[in-house]
Design a protein around this ligand. Structure first.
Ligand SMILES: [Zn+2]
Ligand SMILES: [Zn+2]
Length: 288
């Protein structure tokens, strides 16, 4: 049996391995295919795809977009996106500009709180990749303003904390639209982070997202309970959605989850990829 992992992060967002490293690692671990799904960026895809070609390993170009939602958080995965699609690139450029404005505002707020930290420090901590709150936490830790990563989030960086600046997010409808326009398959990631109040509220949301063009649901995910897996599967069947799954690997040192297996419990068969491809082919023919 050949296994797959359809949710992975590289150094292009907040992962530990470069795109080519992750492709080589997945092959060495005996997987048959992976999808690279960095947060809000396609920067790592060219490298990942070409490494896959070089070593004869299947890499699916993907992305993970954060969408506006409350009370929890909504992430939308896009599989098989055309990385050269103009609308996709335009939207991602917009996100990047919004992010570029957000980080200096966090620096400002921290400075107002009496913390001696510059944007250069944070850039250095990011190692040249996307700058995010974990890099702020790292600098706060290095400068001994906090004793742990968690304390940095709790005291300064988390939602509602004094140095928090909300980030710009697309509405789900818009994210689904540009994923689909770029020949991608839009999939609702880890529905358990939506914090929906029960099954029927989740079902209502899924119905709305399907009307807006959603094509799949991430059923298999390390943080999903057996009950959640069963519920998400039922939703997929009921609304004709493809099922995907992945570990959300960021580097095992980050959260103990390894590629392809999560905490050891995951084994996702290659037929998930075949179903995704069938959905893509239907979409390309203009069918639902
Ligand atoms: Zn996510
Ligand atoms: Zn993810």
């Amino acid at each position: 049996m050949a296994y797959v992992d359809l949710h992975l992060h590289t150094t292009a967002s907040d992962g530990v391995m470069s795109p080519s490293e992750i492709v080589r690692y997945a092959k060495a671990r005996g997987l048959r295919a992976i999808a690279i799904t960095d947060h809000d960026t396609i920067e790592g895809l060219e490298e990942g795809l070409s490494e896959g070609e070089k070593i004869g390993f299947e890499v699916i170009p993907g992305i993970e977009i954060s969408a506006e939602h409350s009370p929890g958080s909504m992430h939308l995965l896009g599989f098989f996106i055309d990385i050269h699609h103009p609308l996709l690139n335009e939207k991602l450029d917009y996100l990047q500009k919004a992010r570029a404005q957000r980080n200096p505002r966090i620096v400002e707020k921290l400075n107002q709180l009496g913390i001696d930290l510059t944007y250069q420090d944070v850039l250095k901590a990011s190692g040249g990749g996307q700058v995010g709150r974990p890099h702020f936490a790292q600098v706060l830790l290095e400068k001994n303003y906090v004793r742990t990563f968690q304390e940095a989030f709790d005291r300064f960086l988390k939602k509602g904390a004094p140095a928090y600046v909300d980030k710009f997010r697309f509405e789900p409808k818009e994210a689904i639209h540009f994923i689909n326009e770029a020949k991608g398959i839009a999939v609702l990631a880890h529905p358990n982070t939506l914090d929906m109040d029960g099954y029927s509220e989740l079902e209502g949301l899924v119905i709305r997202l399907v009307e807006e063009g959603l094509k799949g649901i991430e059923v298999y995910y390390p943080e999903h309970s057996a009950l959640e897996v069963a519920q998400y599967k039922a939703l997929a069947e009921r609304y004709g959605l493809v099922i995907t799954g992945g570990t959300d690997y960021h580097g095992i040192e980050k959260n103990g989850l390894d590629i392809g297996v999560g905490r050891g419990e995951m084994k996702l068969p290659y037929c998930l990829v075949e179903e995704l491809k069938a959905a893509r082919d239907r979409a390309l023919r203009g069918e639902r």
